[in-house]
Design a protein around this ligand. Structure first.
Ligand code: URA
Length: 435
């Protein structure tokens, strides 16, 4: 087999066999197929599409390109949770402890910030003392005793995706159903869990802007998860504006604690309960999703979710006193008020633009080598549907570099659209698949 004939076939819109796709993935992973041929493959696949069978082959070949994590030392049905990428999305820090409080073994490996979207590992590292690196035995032991552990990725999971994602990013081939599905599901299938709960984002701040495309993506990912032997469910949730009020690492940890305390914003609370409900159902701790949701609600109301968060933070070396006093996480040296330049109602807060402003305030990396400012980020005081008077503070930007904070503030104002007539906030939960 040679790569030129594989490329020729896909260029002509023909279907590739499992062997041809594996040949491409294996060759690209080991370096015998160079970036320029892989780029041609991606563009041909993007333009002519991959059908379901080809997408399954690509996903499984990418899964098999690296380690497959063995979580069999952990008792019970392990459930992984994944979001397709959002701004202000801190649901793992809320749904994880709620599900764990209901008996779900939460053994989660998370990533770092990618572009304008945040990463759970960076958020947790804003907690004084918190360690996100653990030996596999330690990880399993903590889940068996406390019910929850969260680390950075151990091992060498789906290296083909790492290389392909870097190419997709620079060849305009990210937003394709089959390529997103294979990228996410190859990592999820290698991560050792028994079941997978997906939060597929839709709207202006998501890869998939249209609801129909997000539903198709959720269906395809669930279909592939199930055919690989894992129970897989998805919620489709709006990313037309950031989730909750806070964006940026320590600010998101603070808002998660407030939410577990029962004082969170309604959108964040609702989505976290929905995801926890799905995790509880997927882990067979509830007979159906509705029962799982009610169990999560109870864990929120009786404080057992908050207690679970305290024990998990403490077990990983973090200061558990932040549960009572979030100011112990620290406060940034500078802040900047973003004010309304007209009166009316907030018609939209663009998630992508807000995410970029947060990244540029210091909360994210612009280049891989950048150090994150854990105290940097944004607090949105007004969101879609809120009434504003000219001069009102719409949002505040925080950070330790005054100039970055000011520039991010000037960028953030562009995320807001204000109109005379009131717009209703977007519907948060837009569908569920596999429930
Ligand atoms: N997240 C991923 O890991 N891969 C994609 O392709 C899109 C989002």
């Amino acid at each position: 087999m040679d790569i030129s004939s594989v490329l020729e076939k896909k260029k002509c819109g023909m279907k590739l066999s499992d062997e041809e796709i594996r040949f491409f993935v294996d060759g690209f992973t080991c370096g015998s197929i160079p970036d320029y041929q892989a780029s041609a493959f991606l563009m041909a696949a993007f333009i002519n599409g991959l059908d379901r069978e080809e997408t399954v082959s690509l996903t499984l070949a990418m899964r098999d390109s690296g380690d497959i994590i063995d979580l069999s030392a952990i008792k019970g049905v392990k459930v992984d949770k994944h979001s397709t990428g959002g701004v202000g999305d801190k649901t793992t820090l809320i749904a994880g402890p709620l599900a764990a409080a209901c008996g779900v073994p939460v053994a989660k490996m998370s990533g770092r910030a990618l572009g304008f979207t945040g990463g759970t590992i960076d958020k947790l590292e804003s907690i004084p003392g918190f360690s996100t690196s653990m030996e596999p035995e330690e990880f399993a032991e903590q889940v068996n005793t406390i019910g929850m552990a969260l680390t950075g990725q151990t091992g060498h999971i789906a290296p083909a995706d790492k290389k392909l994602y870097a190419l997709r990013d620079v060849t305009a081939t990210v937003d394709n159903l089959s390529l997103i599905t294979s990228s996410i599901m190859s990592k999820k299938l290698a991560s050792g869990s028994d079941a997978i709960v997906l939060d597929v984002k839709t709207g202006s701040g998501a890869f998939m802007k249209e609801k129909e495309d997000s539903i198709k993506l959720a269906r395809l990912m669930c279909d592939i998860g199930v055919s690989a032997g894992k129970k897989t469910m998805a919620v489709i949730s709006s990313m037309d504006q950031p989730l909750g009020h806070n964006i940026g690492n320590s600010l998101e940890v603070t808002e998660s604690i407030e939410t577990l305390n029962g004082n969170g914003p309604s959108d964040l609370t609702e989505l976290s309960l929905t995801i926890a409900g799905l995790m509880i159902y997927a882990a067979e701790k509830a007979a159906g999703y509705k029962e799982g949701y009610d169990m999560a609600r109870k864990a929120l109301d009786d404080g057992s979710g908050l207690e679970k968060s305290r024990s998990f933070i403490s077990a990983q070396g973090g200061d558990p006193r932040i549960i009572e006093d979030t100011s112990l996480i620290g406060t940034a040296a500078h802040s900047y008020d973003v004010r309304a330049d007209e009166s009316g109602f907030v018609a939209s807060v663009d998630g992508r633009q807000a995410g970029l402003a947060s990244q540029h305030s210091g909360a994210g990396r612009v280049v891989k080598e950048d150090e994150i400012d854990h105290l940097a980020g944004i607090v949105l005081h007004r969101k879609t549907g809120d009434k504003v008077e000219k001069g009102d503070v719409l949002a505040q930007v925080y950070g330790n570099d005054g100039e970055k904070v000011r520039l991010a503030g000037e960028e953030l104002i562009k995320a807001y659209t204000i109109k005379k007539e009131k717009t209703d906030p977007p519907e948060l939960i837009q569908g569920m698949i596999g429930v």
